[in-house]
Design a protein around this ligand. Structure first.
Ligand code: FE
Ligand code: CA
Length: 532
């Protein structure tokens, strides 16, 4: 991860400014501030614009604002200029000119007390997105932010820095799997009522399938997403949803990805059904670029088909959050092409142990060992895209059937990972991908009578179709299965970690009610979760 070269800011440089005046078009404010330095190609370290405001007769802030990857003193702020967000070329109706975007962070929603500001340059090569690293902020503090271009001012976003020291609480939501066409985003609307520090997104942010499937909603483009323009259009379609846009404007997000950000069940450079690895690389290059562009991530732009998204975040000494990538560096699932394992669902002798097979890749695995080895946090929360504890979807009469693109396809790598997990205090695994809610015991040797290492909480999907088969017959480590849509609300306190499964009454209804379907508690010192 790149870091900034600027020294810590001087709190005394905080200023009182009159918000209305500052918001005036293109007004140069000659006070010192850090410009964002995340991506030097898009964000110059300066506070005044040298370019004339562009001719933008239409509001360019159609895709809203977002924040993410908070630290104790800084946060990434995002927007994209897109007066015509669904323009077929994926460029949002912008011309080929760079555009200076003023950004402001304030303590109050009227922007009378500006805490940080600057100018970032939005360029065509990044679809006129900006990623600003707003610095000099206080820990555990709420802020308001907005962007200004010419006469246009963006919606006001709210965000929050990470707490430091010995926090009494961390509140996060865990979300994943938000296939747009198959359901409404009522879950995101209900998130707005939660007093969250951050939202952890475990992937399947978009789906690459043709956007014109039968259903209540459609996205652009109508065909399978393949090119950079396609991926940009798909992200823009998703972000035109009010509930998703409002959630981004309300909370900082921390994100990783799963498969559908590129292609269903892709692994490494391999697309299912495609033997040419260059095709996989090209697809990744386009997909990673659009992912980086559209999300508020603390990352430089991807280098071709490479983008290291795994990271850890510290919330004082209360929690270390690890965010993992389980697609980019992974070997392909076993049993491909074997009868009885169609669509990577089933079993075969090749599934069994091969210590050379990797899920995380050597570098990420070494990083995870270091990051866990150095942790002194009370709780160690694993943002784990695909299920770890093991799920056998076979019936009692039939043989085992595994989703082989989960950790079940990588038993040897999984044992190494769980052994490392066992070295930290109070590990808790937070998982996505499966399109169900579950509570699972993570054993040292999954499916075997072996020591319990952690509890795994699987977040229900935001909107993707449920995989509603009961897996209890052959999954002894399953504690509960909830075939519902929604999200997890996780409250971390020094002595307890409480997980609420928040589930929707009607996935087709954007106004759907939500309720708590289950509450589980993990007490520090014991890995076994108990129903509240
Ligand atoms: Fe999914
Ligand atoms: Ca997935």
């Amino acid at each position: 991860m790149p870091d900034d070269s600027a020294g810590p800011p001087d709190p005394s440089r905080r200023r009182l400014l009159i918000g209305a005046g500052l918001a005036a078009a293109g007004m140069a404010v000659g006070c010192s501030s850090d410009g964002g330095d995340r991506a030097t190609t898009t964000t110059a370290r300066r506070t005044t614009s040298t370019r004339p405001p562009p001719d933008l007769p239409v509001d360019p802030f159609t895709l809203g604002v977002a924040s993410g990857d908070p630290r104790t003193d800084r946060i990434i702020l995002w927007t994209r200029l897109a007066p015509n967000p669904l323009a077929a070329d994926g460029l949002g109706g912008m011309t080929d000119q760079p555009v200076d975007v003023r950004w402001q962070v304030a303590a109050d929603p009227a922007f009378t007390s500006i805490m940080a500001d600057g100018v970032a340059t939005a360029i065509t090569a990044h679809a006129h997105t900006v990623h600003v690293d707003a610095k000099g902020l206080d820990p555990g503090t709420d802020y308001h932010y907005r962007f200004v271009v010419g006469e246009h001012t963006s919606p006001v976003g709210r965000t929050r820095t990470l707490r430091d020291g010995s926090p009494e609480k961390l509140a996060l939501a865990v979300v994943n799997c938000q296939w747009f066409e198959t359901g409404a985003y009522a879950a995101y609307r209900h998130l707005l009522d939660e007093p969250l520090d951050l939202v952890l997104h475990l992937g399947d942010y978009i789906y690459e399938f043709p956007g014109a499937i039968e259903g209540p909603r459609t996205t652009a483009p109508d065909h399978l997403v393949v090119s950079l323009a396609d991926y940009r259009l798909r992200y823009a379609s998703y972000r035109l949803d009010d509930d998703l846009r409002n959630a981004h404007a309300r909370f900082p997000f921390v994100l990783t990805w799963d498969d559908h950000e590129v292609a269903n069940n892709y692994m490494g450079d391999v697309l299912p059904g495609e033997t040419d690895p260059q095709k996989g690389k090209d697809r990744r290059t386009a997909a990673y670029q659009a992912w980086w562009e559209h999300l508020p991530v603390r990352l430089d732009p991807p280098d071709g088909s490479e983008l290291a998204v795994y990271q850890s975040l510290d919330v004082g000494d209360l929690a270390r959050i690890y965010v993992l990538d389980q697609r980019q560096y992974s070997d392909v699932p076993p049993c491909r092409g074997v009868p009885g394992a169609e669509n990577d669902f089933g079993d075969c002798p090749a599934r069994t142990d091969d210590a050379t097979r990797t899920r995380l890749g050597a570098e990420q695995e070494a990083w995870f060992k270091d990051a866990t080895g150095s942790s002194t946090a009370r709780w160690n929360l694993i943002g784990n895209p695909v299920v770890l504890a093991g799920v056998d979807g076979g019936s009692a009469a039939d043989g085992s059937k595994y989703y082989l693109d989960t950790w079940d396809g990588f038993p040897s790598a999984r044992r190494r990972f769980i052994a490392q997990l066992a070295t930290v205090d109070n590990p808790v695994v937070l998982t996505g991908d499966y399109h169900a809610g579950m509570v699972l015991d993570v054993h040292e040797r999954p499916f075997e009578d072996s020591p319990l290492v952690a509890t795994e909480f699987m977040a229900p999907p935001i909107s993707s179709p449920l995989f509603a088969e009961d897996v209890s017959a052959r999954t002894p480590q399953l504690r509960q299965q909830l075939n519902e849509h929604g999200y997890l609300a996780v409250d971390v306190e020094p002595d307890t970690l409480t997980v609420r499964f928040q589930v929707l009454a009607d996935i087709g209804d954007p106004a759907s009610a939500i309720s708590t379907a289950a509450t589980w508690i993990v007490t520090a010192g014991s890995p076994r979760a108990e129903p509240a």
